[in-house]
Design a binder for this molecule. Structure first.
Ligand code: SF4
Length: 452
């Protein structure tokens, strides 16, 4: 960015217009909000922390599940009541008629990733101030996540067609960002103080497939726009790099040595969704389940500390007790360290809606409880095994005496915490050693190791 100096101000700038942002949905939507905020700040807008101080409110919606759609519609209603001037964007914005029918007073509706349209709508309803000296934005953009960690979005859309998912119809097919741009953004984030990168997309291991792995040059070295090259490039930067939404394609095995070398965190977020071949077939999931268990066991041999996070759906249409038992057996053998489990919910427009043999709610509920109980046991076993070990912990928050952080096995907001006792003067982003003294189902407690 050009370093603009403004020693003589030509005139007193008018008060900057203020935009409030309500960001709903997944980390990918959060990244969209961050990009919009970056653009707004670059154009001289201020971001209002509340409804009353805002000239208008942008609501970035989620439309994935019916419950998320309801939450989005409620948020729009609240913003209209509290402020009255509302622009809607995001996944639910792909269905403007739903929003406009319920809330005719909404100023404008734009769909996911329509940054230009969002900005056009903001310009129309809340014109920007023209004083360029105020239009400064940090080179790393503006982030809604704390300064020491950041999401790095490597692609948009998805070329898979899972039968329960409408994301491809909302966001289109996979569109990978060129690898040099992604690496440049990662470096800018590092220079801005980021210590941990969270790599996200809809299908991280498919990165580059759409551009036929186009080669690009970054810092005089050639990289292909592909998953392994991306991990190699990020692995050179010295930040904690965490991989989310990785499908178990065979080429994922090639990243395991980078974890063994300490270049990439020993953490894989793989949304398996199920383990029964029949259910996976009905789900139309990408990547074969064949030998997944053997491969996980091999990963654990190569990188004993690897943590695997996943999400699963129970009660998918057609799921029998035998299918569910296969899922429980998989969990028991693979020891999935962290797992989220959802009861199947119909999503408007998803193919699975029309599948036969929907599972009764009480059966879904009962399977969900059995699954969560098993998951809790597995998680507890892992937590207890950490007692007595000395682990690296990244600090998320501190009161000057005690702090809260996470191990390499814990992603922010979704996994466990380490409560650090007797650590004066830590600040977010510090990485410290802690001897683990206690554990519960998900969280750990740690103290400074004794000096030798
Ligand atoms: S991989 Fe499947 S569940 Fe994930 S975004 Fe693509 S279609 Fe949806």
């Amino acid at each position: 960015m050009t370093d603009i100096q403004a020693p003589i101000r030509p005139h007193v700038a008018p008060i900057a217009p203020k935009v409030g942002i309500v960001s709903l949905g997944c980390p990918k939507a959060l990244v969209d909000s961050e990009r919009i905020i970056t653009r707004l700040r670059a154009e001289g807008y201020e971001i209002s922390p509340d409804y009353t101080g805002a000239d208008l409110v942008l609501v970035n919606t989620c439309g994935f599940l019916d419950s998320a759609r309801d939450e989005s519609l409620e948020a729009i209603g609240e913003a209209l009541t509290e402020n009255g001037r509302v622009i809607v964007t995001g996944c639910l914005g792909a269905e403007p008629e739903v929003i406009e029918e319920r809330y005719p007073k909404v100023l404008a509706v734009t769909g996911p990733h329509q940054y230009e349209q969002v900005m056009d709508a903001v310009h129309t309803h809340c014109p920007p101030r023209t004083d360029k000296f105020e239009a400064l934005v940090p080179e790393s953009g503006v982030r809604l996540t704390p300064r020491h960690y950041a999401y790095l979005k490597i692609s948009e859309g998805c070329s898979n067609r899972c039968s329960f998912c409408i994301i491809p119809s909302l966001r289109g097919d996979l569109a990978s960002r060129p690898i040099d741009q992604v690496l440049r953004e990662a470096e800018q984030l590092k220079n801005a103080g980021v210590r941990e990168l969270l790599v996200i997309s809809q299908d991280t291991s498919a990165y580059g497939l759409d551009v036929k792995y186009a080669p690009r040059t970054w810092k005089d070295k050639e990289y292909e726009t592909r998953f392994l090259d991306l991990c190699e490039g990020l692995g050179e930067m010295g930040m904690w790099t965490r991989l989310h939404y990785v499908y178990p394609y065979p080429h994922v095995d090639k990243v395991i040595p980078l974890m063994a070398e300490g270049k990439i965190l020993p953490y894989l977020d793989i949304p398996f969704q199920h383990a029964s071949p029949a259910v996976l077939k009905n789900m139309k999931r990408p990547a074969k389940q064949d030998q997944v268990l053997e491969r996980i066991l091999q990963w654990r041999k190569d990188v004993p500390d690897i943590a695997i996070r996943s999400t699963f759906i129970v009660g998918f249409p057609g799921e029998t007790e035998d299918d569910f038992q296969q899922l429980m057996d998989f969990m028991t053998e693979a020891r999935i360290d962290r797992a989220g489990c959802f009861k199947y919910e119909d999503v408007k427009g998803a193919v699975s809606h029309d599948l036969p043999d929907h599972v009764p709610e009480e059966v879904k509920e009962e399977r969900w409880h059995r699954f969560m109980q098993l998951q809790q046991e597995i998680s507890h076993e892992r937590s207890e095994a950490q007692i007595g070990r000395i682990l690296d912990v990244i600090v998320d928050d501190s009161n000057g005496k005690e702090a809260v952080g996470r191990t390499m096995a814990d992603a922010p907001e979704i996994d466990g915490l380490v409560n650090l006792e007797d650590y004066p003067d830590l600040k977010p982003g510090d990485i410290v050693k802690a001897v683990i003294t206690d554990a519960d189902f998900y969280d750990l407690w740690g103290r400074p190791p004794k000096a030798d």
